[in-house]
Design a protein around this ligand. Structure first.
Ligand code: ZN
Length: 344
């Protein structure tokens, strides 16, 4: 397999689900969700059947810190240029779709209808790693902006306990907008702001299967979030296996679940930046996140074809410093992801 990054301006060398099903409604209740999302379909697609390779797009690579050019964290996995699986929805991640144009730029599905208008109707499956705000601020945007832009079917959201409250609350908070648009938009909205939320059970495992992918959630250790509240995800597509760490300090469980990964997307923080923080903040950060040096050790154990650093916490260090830290510590191929980078 050839792994390369497209559109990157600064690339380095290189359980069953618990099933709280909820119709978020404004009086128009969604049809009940597919309850068999963990059942293996008989007609699974093979690598030979694909018309396009599986691609990973880092739509947002930000953190709670405000950094120019880094939207809230969000990663899209696109299989056969048709099936799109979204992992986390940070603030402003949808803006990055504009980079690909209204026809998807050969990467996302082509939904061009009105010239110059991106219609992200394909963003309807969201998997949350955990409920820290930098990973979910974009949920109202996904639900409501997607609907205004002609998505006429529900979004399904998988996430830890509390996911339902977040999604339901977003709909509740935007009732004035919903009422206004229902009464004034010149397009039909028979299936309006509806979503279906599936909360992962406290025991992780396979949370989703379709003809193209199997998605497994596994526990990671992120600060004081408990087991069943912070996840990484393993995505097995016909031609590639991708692992997304979520936010985590080093954890053996991730190494176990990431064996055989072609692309490992892992959070990171600068060792240099960390050293400049007050002692109590260093303790907090080490309990929640992974330094470049720690990540190098993790990646060596997993040995992916490509390590993609996401969610970079620079902590005051220049970007080049973080890259240099990883260059010094890790011999494998790696990249620091920027918004809109494509990996395949
Ligand atoms: Zn985060």
């Amino acid at each position: 397999m050839r792994l390369r990054a497209l559109l990157s301006s600064r690339l380095l060398p290189l359980a069953t689900t618990s099933l709280v099903t909820l119709a978020l409604s404004t009086g128009h209740v969604a049809a009940a969700g597919d309850q068999s999302s963990t059942t293996a379909p008989a007609d699974r697609v093979s690598a030979d059947d694909l018309s396009a390779p599986t691609r990973v797009v880092t739509l947002g690579t930000g953190t709670p810190d405000i950094v120019e050019g880094r939207s809230g964290t969000s990663t899209a996995v696109i299989v056969d240029r048709e099936q799109v699986y979204l992992f986390d929805a940070g603030a402003g991640f949808m803006e990055v779709l504009g980079k690909f144009g209204d026809d998807g730029g050969g990467i996302f599905p082509d939904t061009s209808k009105y010239p110059g208008t991106v219609l992200p109707t394909y963003l309807d499956k969201l998997f949350l790693t955990h409920l820290d705000s930098d990973h979910i601020l974009g949920i109202p945007e996904l639900l409501l902006r997607g609907w205004v832009l002609e998505r006429n079917h529900p979004v399904r959201i998988w996430g830890p306990p509390g996911t339902r409250t977040v999604a339901e609350g977003a709909i509740e908070a935007y009732q004035p907008d919903i009422r206004h648009r229902l009464g004034s938009l010149p397009i039909g909205k028979e299936a309006p702001y509806t979503g279906i939320v599936e909360e992962l059970a406290s025991e992780p495992g396979v949370v989703y299967r379709d003809r193209y992918v199997t998605i497994t959630a596994f526990d990671v250790d992120h600060g004081t979030w408990e087991a069943g509240e912070a996840f990484g995800y393993r995505i097995e597509a016909p031609d590639m296996t991708i692992v997304i760490s979520g936010d985590t300090r080093p954890t053996p469980n991730l190494i176990e679940h990431a064996q055989g990964a072609d692309i490992l997307l892992h959070e990171v923080m600068s060792t240099t930046g960390l050293a400049t923080l007050p002692q109590e903040w260093q303790g907090y950060m080490l309990d929640a996140h992974t330094t470049t040096r720690q990540l190098a050790d993790i990646a060596e154990e997993i040995d992916p074809e490509l390590l993609v650093m996401i969610h970079p916490l620079f902590l005051g260090a220049p970007e080049d410093t973080l890259i240099q830290e990883m260059t010094d510590a890790y011999e494998g191929n790696f990249a620091l992801a920027n918004d809109g980078d494509v990996f395949e």
